[in-house]
Design a binder for this molecule. Structure first.
Ligand SMILES: Nc1ncnc2c1ncn2[C@@H]1O[C@H](COP(=O)(O)OP(=O)(O)OP(=O)(O)O)[C@@H](O)[C@H]1O
Ligand SMILES: [Mg+2]
Length: 239
């Protein structure tokens, strides 16, 4: 059976179920998610704590595996990739940004961005690192360590690291949760520019109404199911 198809959809899931086995019993984190997301769109995911946002992002980004159902991402059937294939697919296709930035404290901004490329033996690392540092407006801060930078600057470094490998998909799990409103706007503006200029598809979870306004479409999860899907007015998505 072929495990790739041509598709307009960046992401396509069908009856995506994720059940965690715990000592206290099964936790049904996702109960059957059907998604069709077009390339180059920004999808926001909202929902109460525990509704399944992070689980959904991780299953689509290949950090976790669905228990059942289909997950197609850029023409790949993730359910039928073995662990090594999934890791390689993730490395070349997906960038991740998190609420807590997840930077290495002892490394400079430059080194944090370069590290994943170094670990995977990519060439032209200096050129690419400088390019993304410039894209996020931090070239002057390249030698600073995380604790010498503001939260917004640290998130810029994390985003630069996430896009350094030119991923098709950016997964951002509550990227503005630790930032004040003005800094959140800066980061969201940066993400909007990157989605447009790099033709990125962005899947972002958030509790923050401001962040969700920037998305083209917002899905609401309730107890592991999509309870609502709203297309934002273009004026909001492009304001
Ligand atoms: N590794 C795990 N093992 C067991 N249960 C888990 C695991 N990860 C998540 N869960 C459970 O799955 C459900 C969905 O969790 P998830 O982290 O996806 O929620 P969330 O919407 O991202 O919440 P938050 O807004 O707090 O980040 C919750 O009931 C959670 O306790
Ligand atoms: Mg979460």
């Amino acid at each position: 059976m072929s495990n790739s198809i041509d598709s307009d959809y960046a992401i396509h899931t069908s009856q995506l179920v994720r059940t965690y086995k715990t000592q206290a019993g099964d936790v049904h984190a996702l109960k059957g998610i059907d998604l069709e997301i077009r390339t180059g769109t920004w999808i926001g995911v909202k929902g109460k704590s525990g509704s399944g946002k992070t689980t959904l992002l991780n299953c689509v980004g290949g950090l976790d595996r669905a228990t059942s159902g289909e997950v197609w991402c850029f023409g790949k059937d993730l359910q039928h990739l073995n662990d090594a294939q999934l890791t390689e697919w993730r490395r070349t296709t997906v960038g991740f940004a998190f609420q807590s930035f997840a930077l290495m404290p002892m490394l400079s901004a430059y080194e944090n961005i370069e590290l994943p490329m170094r670990l995977s033996g990519l060439g032209k690392r200096r050129q690419r690192t400088m390019q993304v540092l410039n894209m996020v407006g931090l070239a002057k801060w390249m030698d600073h360590r995380p604790h010498e930078m503001s939260g917004g600057q640290q998130q810029r470094v994390a985003i630069a690291r996430a896009i350094a490998n030119q991923p098709k998909l950016l997964i951002a799990d509550e990227p503005t949760a630790e930032l004040d409103t003005n800094t959140s706007r800066e980061i969201l503006g940066l993400l909007r520019r990157l989605v447009a200029e790099q033709n990125l598809t962005l899947l972002m979870s958030s509790h923050d109404p401001l962040a969700l306004e920037y998305a083209d479409q917002v899905l609401e999860l309730k107890d592991g199911r999509i309870a609502n899907a709203v297309v934002n007015a273009p004026i909001l998505a492009s304001a």
